[in-house]
Write a protein that binds this ligand. Structure first.
Ligand SMILES: [Zn+2]
Length: 473
């Protein structure tokens, strides 16, 4: 049986969170009463003229830098012509053969090394309005009684990122998107939330036999609204294509929707040829010619990006890849980690506490006083477990001080614990007999009883010693 290789490229749309829209002064942003954030420009009244949003241009350049792109000295807005009710002008202002950012690469670290995904381009365009299909079971146009259009979203700045077909598995595609999302969020240019549609991704999927050069026919996979659905959708499509080729049929170029329930893909519309949008330069806008000192300044403003930070955490703190990745799941958690670990607290211990007990509390790491939390983590072996857990849960409080918890000491005095241990052993003769008969796992049961009686304040080391002594007597 031939061995198949996956060939996956992604197209990602990111809605920028600028205060105003791409070509007019209307407020941008999610939600709001439908059709209240509109004006003659974004509703396409005759004679209304677009003016580009400078912030959107700067943020796109910043993103281009983060993607290692070349920033064009000359970029052109084009009209992409198509008719649809969400598009009142009859065209979308986009970029075509002269995009703002091009020829980049994005490094995705993984346990077994880096993978590099080529970036063809990142360009700036305006979003379409939102259509809401009412009355159908699926929320799609098929079966709907009628459709409403909300123009609030129409004209919001959108960056489209196109990757090269460098991705080789569904899992890799998911990881790429997660890291790209985090990078975008940390640049502060978008909330990039798939549930809200401020991050959307389509996948171009094909397969070829290992060793084959060139590409076979690809399909375009749409309508996936979470990272997991994207991975599952790609997997479903890869399976379908391999099956098609192996049964002697041919894969045809088409657009597909992924259906979560049935875990299958269904055709949306067949493309005999690529859509012809009759692109032509937007006559109402002059080309973009970003000044070189601006381009350089924006490069200088880039923060350390999450992918690089994962590798630095591994090296600087001696963490495993897994730990470094989890801690870098948000910039705030990573910053809290560094604050505590740089304070001289054992790097691995801090990592364990933050990834497990701390994360379980749901406290926002951005609100935590790291120096105070560090003192509690450093003293975790000498304070009662219960006080330690309470400290973590309360660490986001502005009044949080380590002394509150460090004052609570463990009961480690043998003479104080001994009568209690005796009482517990006397109260459980059956378990004592079973332990002595070889069921040594029951030690944990006795330790648990002591902890329960002391409210978790007994020093577990001393309790264990006492129990072993008495049970072996
Ligand atoms: Zn407007």
């Amino acid at each position: 049986m031939a061995e198949w290789e996956s060939v996956i490229g992604l197209e990602i749309h990111v809605q920028l969170k600028t205060r105003t829209k791409m070509f007019c002064g209307c407020e941008a942003g999610f939600g709001g009463e439908p059709n209240t954030r509109t004006c003659p420009v974004c509703l396409a009244f005759p004679g209304a003229l677009p003016v580009p949003n400078a912030t959107a241009v700067e943020w796109t350049i910043k993103l281009g830098h983060a993607l290692n792109c070349r920033i064009a000295e000359h970029a052109v807005f084009h009209r992409k012509n198509y008719f649809y009710p969400d598009n009142p002008k009859g065209y979308q202002i986009s970029q075509y053969d002269e995009p703002l950012c091009l020829d980049g690469s994005f490094v995705v670290p993984a346990e077994d090394g880096d993978s590099v995904v080529g970036i063809v381009r990142a360009h700036l365009e305006e979003d379409a309005a939102k259509t809401v299909h009412v009355g159908g079971a699926t929320g799609r146009i098929v079966g709907a009684a009628h459709s409403n259009v909300d123009f609030n979203r129409g004209g919001t700045p959108l960056v489209e990122i196109v990757t090269r077909p460098d991705i080789r598995s569904a899992e890799q595609a998911k990881r790429f998107l997660q890291l790209l999302r985090q990078t975008i969020v940390e640049l502060g240019i978008s909330d990039a939330e798939m549930e809200k549609g401020t991050l959307r991704a389509d996948a171009n999927v094909s397969v070829r036999q290992v060793g084959e050069t060139g590409y076979r026919t690809r399909s375009e996979l749409k309508n996936m609204n979470s990272f997991n659905h994207i991975a599952r959708g790609i997997d479903a499509e890869l399976r379908r294509q391999i099956e098609t080729w192996e049964s002697g049929r041919e894969v045809v170029q088409e657009t597909l929707d992924y259906e979560v329930k049935s875990d299958t893909v269904t055709p949306r519309r067949r493309k005999e040829e690529a859509d012809d949008y009759r692109y032509f330069p937007e006559p109402d806008l002059v080309p973009l010619a970003p000044q070189r000192d601006l381009v350089e300044r924006l490069h200088g403003e880039l923060p350390e990006l999450p992918g690089a930070r994962i590798r630095r955490f591994e090296e600087q703190y001696g963490l495993s890849y897994y730990d470094a990745e989890v801690l870098n799941g948000s910039a705030a958690l990573a910053a809290l980690y560094e604050q505590v670990a740089l304070d001289g607290v054992d790097a691995k211990a801090v990592s364990n506490v933050l990834m497990n007990e701390f994360s379980a509390t749901g406290v926002d790491p951005a609100t935590v006083n790291g120096a105070e939390l560090g003192k509690v983590i450093a003293a975790r072996a000498t304070i009662p477990r219960e006080a330690f857990m309470r400290a973590l849960a309360e660490s986001g409080d502005p009044e949080f001080r380590s002394e509150t918890y460090l004052g609570e000491t463990l009961v480690g005095d043998r003479s104080e614990l001994e009568p209690l241990v005796d009482r517990i052993l006397a109260g459980n003769p059956g378990q004592v007999e079973a332990y002595r008969g070889g069921k040594e796992g029951l030690l944990g049961f006795f330790v648990g009883q002591v902890m329960k009686e002391t409210g978790g304040k007994a020093d577990p080391r001393i309790v264990n010693e006492l129990l072993r002594d008495k049970l072996s007597a």
